[in-house]
Design a protein around this ligand. Structure first.
Ligand code: MRU
Length: 335
């Protein structure tokens, strides 16, 4: 199945908190359940959050309360969904896009949410081809690649962004090896990216986050490719915490640092990275894992979930429609 699907008036998602050991599908039929799934990362990754926002609006519009309380109620439910996590712009984008069809009735809302999900898959496949062409042009083949967090099918409706580019390159027989950062504290790299790479049959090794810059400095990779949660108008890019050190290391080593993200991740209303709202999560995620304390009792932690890579460290941003060179100037709207 896809990471997120609409079936019989409900949303079905693969619960990413249970991977890689258990494949559990969650059935979501209320806005509260969707917000909970988003907050605890049962569904995660910017494009998947866009689809979750859109389907969340469909749930709100089809609920019994919507029949009783009308469109004002659906709009306030939509606002709650959009606020469930702050950094990935795709979430509020998905909510807004589907909400725009509210006055056309429930069928139109559901149709829009489904179209958004279908378009995500098409966009990722297009990005995969464009990104694979770009990496081939920049580095030649076969390629050793470094990546961070999970940007695969699980982070989207299907296929993936940065890992979608790897998937396309692998289909062409052009991937030598992938190094995947484990991605502290919730291990999206170790749990999810390694799971997807194994399914694809791509040679890969997981490294601790702190080793990423050293892998790059030792000349073990040709390129770094990551996804994005929000790209500001000047090209500054928010992505999972630990991305910025990879960009610094790539610049120092003289290898390309590439971002792959759909156009929906570009936020032209946000002038620069300094204005991006960075999610701060519960300290307990840093000082414990799976309920086991990993620091002394009472230790506090700062749990920044994302960082911002300045645009002058980014060689190129590959989207479903174009290749942007953020060092050349601000991003303009895609015609
Ligand atoms: O906290 P997460 O797991 O939602 O963070 C995900 C990331 O940072 C991804 O790199 C980003 O959303 C791009 S996903 C294609």
């Amino acid at each position: 199945m896809r990471t997120i699907e609409w079936r019989d008036g409900r949303v079905w998602i693969i619960d990413q908190t249970r991977l890689p050991h258990d494949v559990v599908v969650l059935e979501i039929s209320t806005v509260d359940a969707m917000i909970d799934a988003i907050r605890r990362l049962a569904i995660r990754g910017a494009p998947a959050l866009g689809a979750a926002g859109g389907f969340g609006v469909a749930i709100a519009a089809g609920s019994a309360s919507a029949q009783q309380l009308g469109t004002a109620h659906v709009r306030s439910e939509a606002a709650r969904l959009a606020d469930a996590r702050p950094t990935a712009v795709n979430l509020s984008w998905g909510v807004r896009r589907v909400l725009a069809r509210l006055d056309d009735g429930l069928d139109a809302v559901i149709e829009e949410a489904q179209r958004l999900a279908d378009e995500d898959v098409e966009a990722n496949r297009a990005m995969g081809e464009r990104g694979a062409d770009l990496l081939t042009e920049l580095c030649g083949v076969p390629l050793s690649v470094h990546t961070h967090c999970n940007t695969g099918a699980l982070a989207c409706v299907d296929w993936g962004t940065a890992l979608g580019v790897v998937r396309t390159l692998h289909g062409r027989g052009h991937v030598r090896e992938v190094f995947a950062d484990e991605t502290r504290p919730l291990l999206q790299g170790a749990r999810l990216t390694a799971y997807e790479l194994a399914q694809m049959g791509v040679a890969h090794r997981v490294v601790v986050d702190g080793a990423g810059p050293s892998v790059i400095a030792r000349g073990m990779v040709d390129v770094v490719i990551v996804g994005a949660d929000r790209i500001a108008a000047n090209g500054d890019t928010a992505n999972k915490i630990g991305t910025y050190p990879l960009a610094l290391a790539a610049q120092r080593a003289g290898i390309p640092f590439v971002v792959a993200a759909p156009e929906s991740t570009i936020d032209l209303r946000c002038a620069s990275g300094a204005l991006i709202d960075i999610e701060v999560r519960d300290p307990s995620e840093v000082v414990s894992f799976s309920g086991v304390l990993t620091a002394p009792v009472g230790t506090d932690a700062l749990n920044l979930a994302f960082d911002v890579t300045p645009h002058d460290l980014i060689t190129a941003i590959v989207t479903d429609r174009r290749v942007i060179r953020p060092m050349a100037g601000p991003i303009v709207a895609c015609g």
